[in-house]
Design a protein around this ligand. Structure first.
Ligand code: HEM
Length: 206
């Protein structure tokens, strides 16, 4: 039995739960809005729009909490990237996910007190939380208040660019979610990391 380490503070667990539920709601309603022909959408168009708007507003609030939480608590240190040697570390972790894990090899960057993310998690969580979620939120607000969007720039329609950025980053977040759910099963048992996200604790392996 290894040592029990507390890795997921209460606020990050609460934020993550709310963020996950809102993202699922936004993806479902977003897809409904995108593919809706009258009567054929998964959720009725006007209802989907209302839920999407409310969930988007709540997601913006929860994002501010995530951002400030990581700025002012020690959780933020897990997102800091050390560029020197990053490619080698990413390669090692990628090789483990693609090969080593099936050969029962030990993870090259085991979860512990000082590092809860492996290099690939660090980069993907960083990109999702500090690039794509902010883009989806800002462009969402842009379409909520279209008067703040630049009408046209060098012949290109500002609303269209905002919309394309919104759906592209929404799509990237949806793909991330699928990969995230799968990779989160790669603990000692498939449920280990899910349990940690509920209790806050991770058991260190030897
Ligand atoms: C049903 C939905 C989801 C489930 C079941 C889930 C599950 C998990 C689990 C088990 C962990 C801890 C282990 C690990 O780091 O891999 C985790 C961490 C994390 N997840 Fe998710 N996730 C979901 C949705 C999302 C979404 C939609 C996002 C972002 C848009 C997200 C972002 C994160 C981040 C940033 C962490 C690390 C948090 C920290 O410790 O600072 N997750 N998730």
């Amino acid at each position: 039995m290894g040592e029990r380490v507390y890795l997921y503070p209460k606020w990050i667990r609460a934020w993550h739960m709310i963020n996950a539920l809102l993202c699922l709601l936004l993806i479902l309603t977003g897809l409904s809005i995108q593919y809706s022909e009258p009567g054929s959408g998964l959720i009725r168009f006007d209802i989907a729009i209302s839920i999407h708007n409310v969930a988007g507003i709540l997601l913006s609030i929860s994002y501010v909490i995530f951002f400030l939480g990581n700025l002012f608590t020690r959780n933020g240190r897990h997102y800091r990237l050390e560029p020197i040697g990053l490619l080698t570390r990413l390669w090692k972790q990628g090789r483990f996910y693609a090969y080593g894990v099936f050969k029962n090899e030990k993870p090259p960057y085991p979860i512990g007190k000082t590092q809860k993310f492996n290099p690939l998690q660090k980069v993907t969580y960083g990109f999702i939380m500090y690039v794509f979620v902010p883009i989806v939120i800002l462009t969402g607000w842009g379409m909520f208040f279209p008067e703040i969007i630049i009408d046209e720039y060098m012949g290109v329609n500002g609303f269209m660019v905002t919309d394309i950025l919104h759906i592209t980053s929404g799509f990237i977040i949806s793909i991330f979610l699928m990969i995230h759910l799968y990779f989160a099963t790669m603990g000692r048992t498939p449920g280990e990391h899910y349990k940690s996200m509920l209790t806050g604790y991770h058991e260190e392996h030897d």
